[in-house]
Ligand binder design. Structure first.
Ligand code: SF4
Ligand code: SF4
Length: 169
């Protein structure tokens, strides 16, 4: 069953879908490095509203990209060779030339607790997700545009950013 946090996200997002998407698009040539404090403020707010352990939607529905370093680090942690690790869990995406999980949810997600069982050595992409304060902001717009429907933290950050920017004008 879908967690409440995702049901709420769907309801809130659907109500103003077009406005959120066009707000994100409008930031392409607006937000730059000087707006980082504002973006950080919105991000901080988002984490007061969202606890990833109530959600885990990214680990359930998406795959991280595994770098060579990730594979070396995680397989060593699991006392496997990189080849064994890849054979057991990963597939190579020829188009993007990246290693990804074969299945969903991620094999390292504990479905009872929503915790990552390899948290300390998890892929860099997982540690950085959902990239809320990454700059230049315009380079991450396409990620926010994708994630706003699936990631409650992204939704809360964009919603807050929208209201903070409205106050400034
Ligand atoms: S990063 Fe986003 S999608 Fe992933 S668990 Fe946290 S709120 Fe959910
Ligand atoms: S490695 Fe951990 S954080 Fe990354 S998708 Fe899997 S369970 Fe989630």
């Amino acid at each position: 069953m879908k967690p409440q946090i995702l049901k709420d996200l769907k309801k809130d997002f659907e109500k103003n879908k077009k406005q959120f998407r066009s707000f994100i698009n409008r930031q392409e040539n607006k937000l730059d490095e000087s707006d980082l404090p504002l973006v950080k403020k919105a991000e901080k707010y988002a984490w007061t509203k969202v606890n990833c352990l109530d959600c885990a939607n990214c680990c359930k529905t998406m795959s991280p990209v595994y770098t060579k370093e990730d594979i070396t680090r995680i397989s060593a942690h699991l006392k496997m060779t990189s080849a064994e690790f890849k054979k057991k869990w990963l597939q190579f995406d020829k188009k993007d030339r990246t290693w990804m999980n074969t299945g969903r949810p991620c094999q390292f997600l504990d479905l009872k607790t929503n915790k990552c069982t390899i948290y300390k050595v998890r892929p860099a992409a997982c540690a950085e997700f959902p990239h809320l304060t990454k700059m230049p902001f315009k380079d991450y717009l396409y990620i926010h545009k994708q994630n706003i429907e699936y990631c409650p933290a992204t939704f809360e950050m964009i919603k807050k950013l929208k209201s903070l920017l409205a106050k400034e004008t």
